[in-house]
Ligand binder design. Structure first.
Ligand code: 5GP
Ligand code: MN
Length: 354
């Protein structure tokens, strides 16, 4: 991780000092890192006496609700549930923090795409760990790919702020828990993207007495039976492995309905096929309205990011990326997805991807 510059921290302080109303936003289908980072920043800004709220493109999954304090539920607005309020809060904010994403496309921002684009750059701040940001879109951009997560990057930013002066105990307890939870989900519980700074962050947060066991319990021991039953079926019956070492699983709407799968329930599924030695890239494809949602994970030497950018209108990180297959532009219907995946991954895997 690059050092966080004093100049950027000074700029962050002056931008937030001069802002009365602050909105914090993250990407569509918010995950643990998105919720953990937006909520931790909310708690920090509340501590400074700011009028702050979180505006998301859509609701966060129930499985992550343990991160958010009950008293703050009303400060988190989903544009999908209340478009008018969401638009009003973004347009009326003096400053908007964009966390865990770095472009304003509809596939990343959903209904917030246009309201975010409409803001002047001088009112936007980026805090993100994805590849290829357009930093000219922001008054201030904290963009760092050499960290585990946005939660980690935010932690180090907050540690550089004069209010904390490097002391984690100066942060609200709820912020510390949220940051640890978000970092845990983005690293698959320390399974990937772990840097020396990640372990240092974890250690500093644990020293404050934050209850990691409780976070792990909420994250990994409270699923419904349906999730594991579905995973079993997908791995036993539905997973295909191509001759190029690409595993893919397609989950149709009928299956999502049969297993009563909610947003967040399939989190982590895409990683499972990588446990097989011959599998070098894994694709999980879920049917949605008018498109298929694509998640990609790859082993070292194969760029999930390059594949997502070239064939799935997306991107992300080197080894973990996502995108979409549009119907009817890319494929006529979900039944064509297997042939499309096999065709494009064959092209991709047989090229020099170094
Ligand atoms: P996931 O597979 O967990 O949904 O996403 C994996 C990574 O790819 C995440 O870092 C996420 O931000 C990124 N990603 C997922 N979907 C999209 C997309 O539609 N566009 C872009 N640019 N990135 C995506
Ligand atoms: Mn993230």
């Amino acid at each position: 991780m690059k050092d966080i510059s004093k100049k950027d921290i000074g700029r962050l302080c002056s931008l937030s000092d001069n802002a009365e109303k602050i909105a914090i936003t993250a990407h569509l289908h918010p995950d643990g890192d998105a919720i953990g980072s937006t909520y931790a920043l909310l708690k920090f800004l509340q501590g400074l006496g700011k009028d702050a709220c979180i505006v998301l493109p859509d609701r966060y999954p129930e499985s992550l609700s343990f991160i958010v304090g009950r008293e703050d539920g009303s400060l988190i607005i989903s544009a999908k549930d209340d478009k008018d309020s969401a638009e009003r809060l973004i347009a009326g904010a003096d400053l908007v923090f964009c966390l865990d994403f770095n472009n304003f496309t509809e596939s990343r921002c959903g209904l917030l795409s246009e309201p975010l684009k409409a803001l002047p750059a001088s009112q936007r701040i980026l805090i993100d760990h994805h590849l290829s940001p357009d930093t000219s879109l922001y008054a201030l951009a904290f963009s760092e790919t050499g960290v585990s997560s946005t939660c980690e990057l935010l932690f180090w930013i907050l540690m550089s702020m004069p209010q904390t002066d490097g002391r984690p105990s100066a942060l609200p307890e709820a912020a510390l828990s949220a940051l640890l939870a978000g970092m845990t989900t983005d690293t698959n519980n320390f399974g990937n993207s772990v840097f020396p700074t990640t372990l240092r962050m974890a250690s500093l947060i644990l020293e404050t007495g934050t209850d990691r066991d409780s976070i792990l319990y909420h994250l990994y021991n409270e699923y419904g039976e349906n999730r594991l039953r579905l995973l079993g079926r997908l791995l036993y019956k539905d997973m295909k492995i191509t001759g190029d070492g690409v595993a893919y699983i397609i989950i149709g709407k009928d299956t999502l309905k049969e297993f009563d799968i909610q947003e967040g329930d399939t989190e982590g599924f895409v990683n499972k096929p990588l446990e097989i030695k011959k599998v070098r890239m894994s694709c999980l494809i879920k049917e949605d309205d008018g498109f298929m949602r694509v998640s990609l994970r790859s082993k070292r030497g194969i760029s999930a990011n390059a594949c997502a950018r070239e064939f799935f209108h997306g991107g992300g990180h080197e080894l973990a990326a996502g995108g979409r297959l549009y119907i009817p532009d890319d494929i006529a219907g979900p039944e064509e997805a297997p042939a499309y995946i096999e065709k494009v991954t064959h092209i991709f895997m047989n090229r020099d991807n170094g």
